[in-house]
Design a protein around this ligand. Structure first.
Ligand SMILES: [Ca+2]
Ligand SMILES: [Ca+2]
Ligand SMILES: [Ca+2]
Length: 569
């Protein structure tokens, strides 16, 4: 089965881990070894109408929804579910195509007539210069793409690929109440002039964030303390919640579709004032609130820019910069909501969901057009995509540096991963491999000639036995608050945060994005190509001598990269 992996983990992964812990491992589940998975009590849905219930019975399955999903259509949701069920790396019936320049409507229609359903050119869904064709009569998108590619009017056509949220790399944190921020944070608010003199004040920095000590961030912060508040880093991912509100969505709760109130809150260790220009390409209205119902995007954003020196939880690398939440990925809950909205009952596979390449392309271009100077893509899969390659070229042409996770598929056939593979084609785009706490390659980290650089990403099999478990800890929504699927019907909530431990190249990539943000803060106007050269030329060679397929040029050295640039400019 072709499995599109990349991100790191998911609600789904939490369930997968739980299932593995509770039963014998199945052939295609990969239990994380060396880490005891604690039992998690799953909150049950209260009986409708009982005191304190957040569920109201509804008259019919098509209940009105407050702020209901508009981006994620019922057809798209079903395509995601079907793709997960059949192990497809694309959305059935969806093809993205680009016509050659100068093609008028008649030429476009002539090309479309090559498809047996003879779709109407007026029905194409345009995304900039490319068009999305939905053809329910031909679910095999490879077949559709091949037919269209053969037409002289068509520059390229390819399935609307998906990168699926991968199980494997999320662990539950130890239970307990979520942390609450101190009433009077120390240090925060004067970070612009704050000089690190060793360990930041964040209470869990010392015990949990081995990754920042491995790359000597305290010394790097002495050179560039947290970067510039003018600099924007886009996190193109599952989103980051900006809404501090309760939203009502329909949901199948095991016996009926009910309106369920779901609480959202902003990450207390990455306040809303640090989040700019949010955009949702995957779930709600583009202009509507962005929410992270998965946790991945929030975790990634923490490594880049967690509030730091605020005597609270954990730290991040470029803790002054702004973060742009661009949601291009849906998980289990988004799909369940849209299915319920469409009157569909029952549960879906807990690993349903992912990020369509069309949404990713839109998100990358949006970030580049709206002021981001760095984009982090902790996303990938084994499917070649001209669409995504073009989006990367566009970002670099706009002066944007892009960090991409190399992939977590080393033990799954180690396929070439995309868009990471395209990083070697661009100075200014870097593919990032993952290191364990002991500086060895993380067991999952994909390898290849296209791997360019390495950063800490966590590894539960190496560096266990201590508090940090060898994992990467950042503040994100509590995983146990939204465990998906058949283990129990729950009312998910997304308003409680604490440090959570993940592992994956998804966690390594934001270390490089964070470093790029610090370099670009230090040298406004520097080109993405120059940023790549600095990061590459200051890396510490590890593994086989010289550049190698495991680590590329080696482990990032933020202090050297920043200090060296200061001297030379
Ligand atoms: Ca903090
Ligand atoms: Ca490159
Ligand atoms: Ca080497």
């Amino acid at each position: 089965m072709v499995v599109v992996r990349f991100l790191c983990c998911s609600i789904a992964s939490a369930v997968a881990v739980l299932i593995v812990a509770a039963a014998s491992p199945s052939a295609d589940q990969n239990p994380v070894q060396g880490v005891r998975v604690p039992t998690v009590s799953v909150p049950r849905v209260p009986t409708p109408g009982t005191p304190g219930s957040n569920i109201d019975p509804v008259a019919g399955p098509r209940a009105a929804v407050q702020g209901g999903p508009r981006r994620l259509t019922a057809a798209r949701a079903e395509a995601f579910v079907e793709a997960a069920r059949r192990g497809l790396d694309y959305l059935p019936g969806e093809v993205v195509m680009k016509f050659r320049s100068g093609m008028g409507a008649a030429s476009m229609q002539r090309a479309l007539d090559a498809v047996s359903s003879r779709p109407d050119a007026n029905g194409l869904d345009w995304h900039g210069s490319v068009a999305l064709l939905r053809d329910p009569s031909q679910p095999d998108a490879h077949q559709l793409a091949a037919q269209l590619s053969a037409q002289p009017e068509v520059e390229f056509a390819e399935p609307n690929y998906i990168a699926r949220i991968s199980p494997l790399e999320k662990q539950f944190s130890v239970g307990g109440a979520p942390a609450t921020p101190p009433a009077t944070p120390s240090g925060f608010g004067r970070v612009k002039s704050f000089r690190t003199t060793g360990t930041p004040s964040d209470t869990d920095f010392g015990a949990y964030q081995w990754n920042f000590n491995l790359i000597n961030m305290p010394a790097a912060w002495d050179v560039v303390p947290g970067g510039s508040a003018d600099l924007i880093v886009a996190v193109v991912d599952t989103g980051i919640t900006l809404a501090a509100q309760t939203m009502t969505f329909p949901l199948w709760t095991g016996s009926a579709i009910q309106n369920v109130q779901m609480a959202f809150a902003v990450n207390p260790d990455l306040p809303a004032g640090r989040l700019v220009s949010p955009r949702d390409y995957a779930f709600l209205d583009p202009q509507g609130p962005v929410v992270d119902m998965e946790g991945h995007g929030t975790h990634v954003s923490g490594t880049i820019g967690q509030a730091t020196n605020n005597s609270f939880l954990v730290a991040g690398m470029a803790y002054n910069v702004k973060i742009m939440p661009v949601k291009v990925c849906n998980g289990y809950w988004e799909l369940m909501i849209v299915r319920a909205q469409n009157g569909q009952t029952g549960f879906i596979s807990s690993d349903s969901g992912g990020c369509s390449f069309v949404d990713m392309s839109d998100g990358i271009r949006y970030a580049a057009d709206n002021g981001a100077k760095v984009i982090n893509l902790s996303i990938g899969g084994p499917s070649q995509s001209t669409l995504l390659r073009d989006a990367l070229a566009y970002a670099v042409s706009r002066g944007v540096f892009v960090a991409i996770s190399a992939g977590n598929d080393f033990e799954d056939g180690n396929p070439t991963m995309y868009p990471a593979r395209y990083a070697i084609d661009f100075e200014g785009v870097m593919s990032v491999a993952s290191l364990a706490k002991n500086s060895a390659k993380a067991f999952y980290s994909s390898t290849g000639s296209w791997v360019e650089i390495a950063a800490p990403g966590g590894d539960s099999r190496q560096g266990t036995g201590t508090t940090d478990r060898g994992m990467i800890w950042q503040s994100t929504v509590l995983t146990a608050d939204s465990v998906a699927g058949s283990l129990g019907v729950i009312r998910p909530r997304f308003d409680r945060y604490d440090k959570q431990n993940y592992q994956g190249t998804s966690m390594a990539s934001p270390h490089v994005a964070g470093l790029a943000a610090l370099i670009m803060s230090q040298a406004p106007g520097i080109s993405p190509a120059a940023v790549e050269r600095i990061i590459r030329n200051t890396a510490k060679d590890i593994g086989d001598p010289g550049r190698d397929t495991h680590f590329g040029s080696g482990l990032i050295q933020p202090r050297t990269a920043l200090y060296g640039y200061s001297v030379n400019r």
